[in-house]
Write a protein that binds this ligand. Structure first.
Ligand code: CP3
Length: 347
């Protein structure tokens, strides 16, 4: 199939036009599997220094685009810059992941600032402007934030946990205090995402990495509803803003997430059930995903088979090819190249 005067295949998929060859990028495409990332990361010192030095953040964002020619760049930052801008202490300790001051009682929640210190976002906006200026116009630039639920799980526990028990407990025991965290994150995220659009982002992704640990009623209240408010709030300030949601692990709750949040696309994890996705999700919005990152580590015939499954399941409709979650640091670069060749040769 020929594409006439298509400038951004990625944005075209979001606007309703299926592409014969699905546009492709990878979650966490700027990261530790790349030697050039590891080198700059060592030079920057701390992880947050890397995020907040526009020259470095822009460079790291562009590294995977130069190497692999992806259809989209995602600004290099982290979902925890929002609690940081709310004045919370946020540290990344080598090999241990994020550490924050836990907000695990109503008394502590009462100390949470009502609003972000907006100037703290300025370096992210500057990095976006730099990337947009260097990026080929055919490549889409993605801004992002964490969904309130997922960001709250780290704020409450003060670190990552296997099942987000601390946030789930606070939400059951003290729903009003928990709602205060969520409401603050909704407003902060609207500010942050709108700023990213103004700085040159073409599209936004909302990462709800921990959506899948919630029972349906809680999922409605803490994942769908806050995300719906963010989508509405952003579009009030930036009409027609394109937004991708990623409620990881939502499974059979995906159709209602799509219906109620108003997102233009959803990112799906590798456990998604294909007929449910095709018949009740991809019929309404574009779908992004969903290669198992472990198949990408494995390579060879197992990788080819996993890629073909994604294409067979979803390429007849609007698809953005991606992984079902972020690429792992131990992934061989040759396997990424194998994936790109196979997807781009797909007919
Ligand atoms: O390339 C990209 O995708 C853009 C950059 C990006 C990062 N984090 C950089 C990063 C994005 C989109 C994120 C999102 C993010 N951060 C999420 C949601 C998506 C997901 O992957 O689940 C979450 C839950 C976080 C919070 C976070 N940041 C954790 C739990 C960790 C530690 C785990 C780990 O992978 O090390 C981080 C650190 C982090 N954020 C790294 C990167 C490249 C690794 C840190 C390093 O380089 O030392």
């Amino acid at each position: 199939m020929t594409q006439t005067s298509v400038t951004q295949p990625f944005m075209d998929v979001l606007s309703g036009q299926r592409q014969a060859v699905p546009p492709l990028w990878m979650m966490r495409q700027a990261g530790r599997y790349l030697p050039e990332y590891r080198e700059l990361r060592a030079k920057a010192g701390g992880f947050l220094d890397l995020c907040f030095t526009p020259e470095y953040a822009a460079e790291v964002t562009l590294q995977p685009i130069r190497r692999f020619n992806f259809d989209a760049a995602i600004i290099f930052s982290d979902i925890l810059v929002v609690p940081y801008a709310l004045g919370r202490s946020v540290r990344f300790e080598a090999g241990e992941g994020p550490r924050l001051d836990p907000l695990d009682t109503p008394d502590k929640v009462a100390t949470l600032a009502a609003q972000v210190d907006a100037p703290k976002f300025a370096p992210v906006y500057e990095a976006l402007r730099r990337v947009r200026a260097e990026l080929d116009p055919s490549v889409a630039l993605i801004g992002f934030c964490g969904a309130p639920w997922t960001v709250a799980t780290y704020m409450v526990a003060g670190q990552g946990t296997p099942d987000q028990a601390p946030a789930r407990m606070l939400a059951y025991r003290h729903p009003d205090a928990f709602a205060r965290i969520i409401d603050t994150l909704v407003e902060s995220s609207i500010t942050y995402l709108t700023g990213q659009l103004a700085a040159g982002a073409d599209v936004l992704q909302i990462f709800d990495t921990w959506a899948g640990v919630l029972p349906p009623r809680e999922f409605d209240r803490w994942s769908i509803e806050p995300t719906r408010r963010i989508v509405e709030g952003v579009r009030k300030k930036a009409a027609g803003a394109k937004i991708i949601g990623f409620p990881r692990g939502a499974g059979a709750l995906l159709p209602s997430y799509v219906e109620r949040t108003g997102v233009d696309a959803v990112s799906i994890d590798w456990a998604a059930e294909p007929s449910l996705i095709r018949e009740r999700v991809q019929n309404r919005v574009a779908v992004q995903g969903n290669l198992d990152p472990l198949a990408l580590i494995t390579g060879g015939a197992a990788l080819d088979r996993a890629i073909d499954d994604v294409l067979e399941n979803y390429a007849a409709g609007r698809l953005i090819f991606n992984l079902g979650h972020g690429i792992q640091p131990e992934t061989p670069i040759a396997h990424v190249e194998q994936m790109i060749r196979r997807v781009r040769n797909h007919r």
